[in-house]
Design a binder for this molecule. Sequence first.
Ligand SMILES: C[S@@+](CC[C@H](N)C(=O)[O-])C[C@H]1O[C@@H](n2cnc3c(N)ncnc32)[C@H](O)[C@@H]1O
Length: 288
Amino acid sequence: MLDSDAVAAHPWCGPAEGRPLAYRGPHRLSRDGWTNFAGRLERGEEIALLGALAVGHRHALDVGGGTGELTAAVAARAGRCAAVEPHRDRVAVLDAMAGAVVEVHPGHAEALPFADNSFDLVLAAWVLPYVRDLRGALHEIARVCDDRDPDAAVVIVGGAPDNELVRLLNETCVPLSGEEPDHQGFLLTEAAVVFAEHGFAEFSLLRTEAALHFPEPVESDRIAVAATTLVDFWFEDHPHAAAMRHALEPALAEHFAHRPHAIGDQATVLVARPSARGPRPTTCRRSA
Ligand SMILES: C[S@@+](CC[C@H](N)C(=O)[O-])C[C@H]1O[C@@H](n2cnc3c(N)ncnc32)[C@H](O)[C@@H]1O
């Protein structure tokens, strides 16, 4: 088990150099960009890991549930899973799976529509880069997780330092975007700090790997499709999107020379549990 200082110092939350002092602000996640991206994502290992983490829990919350792949896996293991999602089209997809084990709530991480201590498992996978108020969202996630239950857990999935997708975007698109680079380890470190303020004191870090697949046999086709997929993921309507696609082509040619049909989406998974095991300090309680 780690404490929050050890999380911050851990190489899986790196790299230490380049770690920002403040949140860069949210990425835009477009509708079509995410749909195309998600259609190429193979994430069996990640889904199996999160399903395994849900075993033994009774009522889970998936914050930023997207199109529900993880919501469904967690509901299957935990018995019940609520999903909060702000995007209208993704809420419609989630609604189609709503029923006895999945409940859907349109909303934002920054103002979760639940009472304190409502869940014994709260999951936020690949969501922190999209929230407007990082600390506000993290306080809300901690608030709705029942710290009176020693087996309760908060699980945050973010990019590992060797994440191939984030590296390609950071090195090639971000310099053309006028935005700050992404540092997913910073997001995980901030999560540990805020959860520690809420009395969560036992942290562990896990690794898992998903990957975007590009089966196109002709390399030039594959590079063009991958460039569009990556740019549309974060920069779909950006005025420099065409320049980004162009700039990605040589970087993708180099990448595919080593890994011909996939771009890794390597993840670090932060698991936070209540301390052994008193209630959190009352000064840190927060209601929406
Ligand atoms: C990259 S997707 C991940 C979806 C899902 N967690 C998964 O792993 O499949 C990020 C999701 O976060 C949602 N999102 C964006 N801003 C949010 C916010 N402030 N609160 C909660 N979710 C948000 C997006 O609409 C999107 O569905």
